[in-house]
Design a protein around this ligand. Sequence first.
Ligand code: NAD
Length: 294
Amino acid sequence: MGKIGFIGLGIMGKPMASNLLKAGKSLVVYDIADAPMKELAEIGAETAISPADVTAKADIIITMLPNSPHVREVVTGKDGILDTVKNGQIVVDMSSIAPLVSRELCALLEAKGAEMLDAPVSGGQEKAEKGTLAIMVGGKEDVYSKVKDVLDLMGKSNYVAGIGAGQTAKLVNQTIVAINIAAVAEGMSLAKKSGVDPEKVFNAIRGGLAGSQCMEDKAPRIFEARYNPGFRINLHIKDLGNVQETSHALHLSMPLVAQVMEMMQNLAAEGHETLDHGALGLFYEKLNNISLKK
Ligand code: NAD
C-alpha cells in the first residue's frame, strides 16, 4: 500500500498520525484546524485542503473524528471523501461512532467500489502516543488483512466481525467501564459511611473477584480527587449516547447504562464535563454528603 491519508488530528489523531510518519509511512493529512496540520508538516507530512483532496492523493484513508455527524460530514459532505473516492481504496474509520452510521457509510463507499473498515480504539492519549492502543476492527476480513500492518503501527488490532462490529465492541467496552467506575464509587461510599477507610477496603479486595483494571486506575484517583483527564466525562456521555441509540433501535433494555448516563449528565450540569470519568466519585460524594478523599 502506498500513501496513507489521515483526517482528524486531535488529541488522538495527531499522535497516531505521527507514529505512522515515524515508521516511515508517506502521509497526507487534513483537519479543519491549521495548527495540528502545521505540526505534522514539520515532521514530514503532506497537507491537504479537504477530505476529497486527501482521498485523491492516498490509497488508505484513516479518519479520527469526534462522533457520527463529523464522520458523515467528512464522507458525504461538500468536498468529502465520496467526491473523489476510487475503486480499491480503503477507508478506515477509527473514531468512536454509532455502528448504524458505520454501516450506512460503508454502503455508500462500496457503491463507488471502495471498501470500509470501522476500527475504534481504546487506550487514550498516552497509548496513542506510545502506539499501544487496543484497536477493534469490523468489516471484511480480507480488507482487514490489507491494512493490518498499518493499524499495528498504532497499537494492537483485533478483528471482530463484519462492518460495525468494531464499534459494537467499543460500545460494550464503554458500557462495562462506565458501570464499573460507578460500582467502585458506590462500593467505596458504603465503606466511608460505615466508618471504614475506603483505601484499606481497596487494598483488601483488589486481588479478589472485584478487582479490575478500572478499579486499579480509578479508585486511587477518587481517593486523591485526581480528576484531570484521562478520559473526559463529555466523551463518555457521547459514547453512552451511542450505546442508547443502538440499544433503543434494537429494543434492548440497558437499565444500568441509563443510570450511569444520568450521573454523568449531572456531573456535566455541575460544570465537570471535562474532568476524567473517575469523577463519578464526586457524584457519590455529593449524593451522600461524604468525602471519599483520604
Ligand atoms: P478531538 O476533539 O481532540 O479531535 C478531533 C479532531 O477532529 C479535531 O482536531 C477537529 O478539529 C477535527 N475535526 C472535527 N470535524 C472535522 C471535519 N469536519 N473535518 C476535519 N477535521 C475535523 O477528539 P479525540 O480525543 O482525538 O477523539 C477522537 C475519537 O477518538 C472520538 O471518537 C473519541 O471518542 C475517540 N477516543 C478518544 C479517546 C481519548 O482519550 N481522547 C480514547 C479513545 C477513543
